[in-house]
Design a protein around this ligand. Structure first.
Ligand SMILES: O=C(COP(=O)(O)O)[C@@H](O)CO
Length: 245
């Protein structure tokens, strides 16, 4: 399957910086699909700039409700309306800073699917959980609790992001990444059947140009979710360029 390199811009950039970064990515990449996920306030502008390009635009979160009295929140339908096609859900920063649990991620994922957005569900263990030998069971529980039926056929995506690798410059060994992706594939196929063999499984956590080729070559790694390096166009394109042909 064609890999996906997704950039999570997190809470960075003003309008001018967002436009400049988006323009620099407009040409896309040879061997991978590109997705960029700006902050909510830049999605409309960036989606307009990307019209007619091979680069998709997504959001970093959505509310579970379609509309209503939810001060400060944004619905999946609103995101679709301003040009988003994807939404990241259950990122560890949302789970930690906003207390989101698997049930909340499940509800948001259902809302995203209803609105016609492709969800990217993030899962991953803390360092303490890995050191205790709990990484597999933590990720399997997150997958079991946050993925609804309909996710696989809608092209839903899963990102394995060990919490301790996010923004730290540290990554699991290639062997550990491959093992976790195999675990996730098995869990998805057991639950959803053979269709889950083509579900994209992304790796995220300190992906950069220097380690992208090795990570992208691993079995069951179908792309990357990139944070810091996605804010520098040359680095993001270099990561996309590291995808094997
Ligand atoms: O959080 C993520 C990884 O961030 P890095 O800065 O690449 O470690 C992931 O969601 C991409 O944003």
């Amino acid at each position: 399957m064609r890999p996906l390199i997704a950039g999570n811009w997190k809470m960075n950039g003003n309008q001018r910086e967002a436009a400049r970064l988006a323009e620099a990515l407009r040409g896309g990449a040879e061997n991978a699909d590109l997705l960029i996920c700006p902050p909510f306030v830049h999605i409309h502008q960036v989606a307009a700039l990307m019209l007619g390009s091979r680069v998709a635009v997504g959001a970093q979160d959505c509310h579970a409700a379609h509309h209503g009295a939810h001060t400060g929140d944004v619905s999946a339908a609103m995101l679709r309306d301003v040009g988003a096609t994807h939404v990241i859900l259950g990122h560890s920063e949302r789970r930690t800073n906003h207390g989101e649990n698997d049930a909340a991620v499940l509800a948001k994922t259902e809302a995203a699917l209803t609105a016609g957005l492709i969800p990217i569900i993030c899962v991953g263990e803390t360092e303490a959980e890995r050191l205790s030998g709990l990484a597999d069971s933590v990720v399997e529980k997150q997958l079991g609790g946050s993925i609804p039926y309909g996710f696989i056929t809608a092209g839903g995506i899963v990102a394995y992001e060990p919490v301790w690798a996010i923004g730290t410059g540290r990554t699991p060994t290639d062997r550990d990444i491959a093992a976790m992706h195999a675990t996730m594939r098995t869990a998805l196929v057991e639950r959803f059947g053979p269709a889950a063999r083509t579900t994209r499984l992304l790796y995220g956590g300190s992906v950069k140009p220097s380690n992208a080729a090795a990570i992208m070559a691993l079995p069951d790694v179908d792309g990357a979710l990139v944070g810091g390096a996605s804010l520098v166009a040359e680095d993001f394109l270099a990561i996309a360029g590291a995808v094997p042909e």
